[in-house]
Design a protein around this ligand. Structure first.
Ligand code: NDP
Length: 296
């Protein structure tokens, strides 16, 4: 079977490509720059890549850019979306690529009859950011939606970009009768395949700052996230949204674990001011809803 992965050079997508190749799929992988070894070398070195990995250049903001990527695919994994927290132009940097990019990819899917299912990487930030109380007794599950007004008021632009993109995806697929399954991971950590640090791994490092946010985050392992995407594609009964949070920890607990595991770990100089620019990252208490599980 042939599938495509958008944003293949990214942190989660690289693991997804690795596991898909391992399972025997032919993978059409979109990258923004096919000539940048930092974005492609680790993919080209994966087992099976020589025979079954095809890198294709595509940009979220270019209409029709994904037609060639999606062409001939049974499944589409749309993971590409900008993920960073600091921006002076949220519309151009985050919202347009997330929202227009998702619709661009779905337009290509709508034109391609071979596509049986689309799996979209959304986020828990499209689930919990709505201002509702989130005490330990509250279960946050896939029935929750973040509120765009709340994200705007609190200037959580990345949260807004993911919420608008997922919402638009559901509206689009209902109209065009496309089979969509959405994965909503919490903060993703675990080994990196690519040579550069992604935002969630960097957030983990910022907790080693002397002043970390007084907040609770939900964490999940990158390999589980990649496998959940594959389960969502392969299981006909998978449907709707799947919240992926393996454990919920107050930042003080996470720091304690980090210090126990890596006593010599120092915060690199460039992180002293933090990826979040001093703005506290809002951390909800997240539990997994009773229906938000995929079984193999
Ligand atoms: P990365 O930053 O590692 O990957 C993001 C990918 O999106 C990169 O391949 C990037 O390409 C691509 N991309 C960004 N802008 C564009 C554009 N304009 N055109 C084409 N491609 C673009 O992030 P992650 O792997 O962490 O995130 C992957 C997905 O998972 C995203 O949708 C993110 O929102 C979601 N997610 C991530 C979580 C986490 O904790 N990591 C948690 C929940 C959801 P390039 O390499 O060229 O920049």
């Amino acid at each position: 079977k042939t599938v495509c992965v958008t944003g293949a050079s990214g942190y989660i997508a690289s693991w997804l490509v690795k596991f898909l190749l391992h399972r025997g799929y032919t993978v059409k992988a979109s990258v923004r720059d096919t000539n940048d070894p930092k974005k492609t070398q680790h993919l080209l070195e994966l087992d099976g890549a020589n025979e079954r990995l095809h890198l294709i250049k595509a940009d979220l903001l270019e209409e029709g850019s994904f037609d060639a990527v999606v062409d001939g695919c049974d499944g589409v994994f749309h993971t590409a979306s900008p993920f960073f927290l600091e921006t002076t132009d949220p519309q151009a940097d985050l919202i347009d690529p997330a929202l227009k990019g998702t619709l661009n990819v779905l337009q290509s899917c709508a034109k391609t009859p071979s596509v049986k299912r689309v799996v979209l990487t959304s986020s828990m930030v499209a689930v919990f950011a709505n201002g509702k109380p989130q005490t330990p007794q509250v279960v946050v599950d896939e029935t929750w939606w973040s509120h765009p007004e709340f994200c705007t008021q609190t200037q959580q632009w990345y949260f807004l970009s993911k919420t608008l993109a997922e919402d638009a995806a559901w509206k689009f697929v209902r109209e065009k009768c496309i089979d969509l399954v959405v994965i909503n991971p919490g903060l993703v950590i675990g080994p990196l395949l690519q040579p550069t640090l992604n935002t969630s791994s960097a957030i983990l490092l910022t907790l080693l700052n002397e002043t970390y946010p007084n907040a609770t985050f939900g964490w999940v392992n990158v390999k589980d996230v990649a496998n959940a995407h594959i389960l969502a594609f392969e299981n006909p009964s998978a449907n709707g949204r799947y919240c992926l949070v393996e454990s919920v920890a107050h930042n003080s607990e996470t720091v304690k674990i980090l210090r126990q595991l890596y006593p010599a770990l120092q915060l690199p100089e460039k992180f002293i001011h933090g990826m979040t620019g001093g703005r506290p990252v809002r951390g909800p208490i997240i539990a997994i809803g009773s229906t938000g599980r995929i079984t193999g």
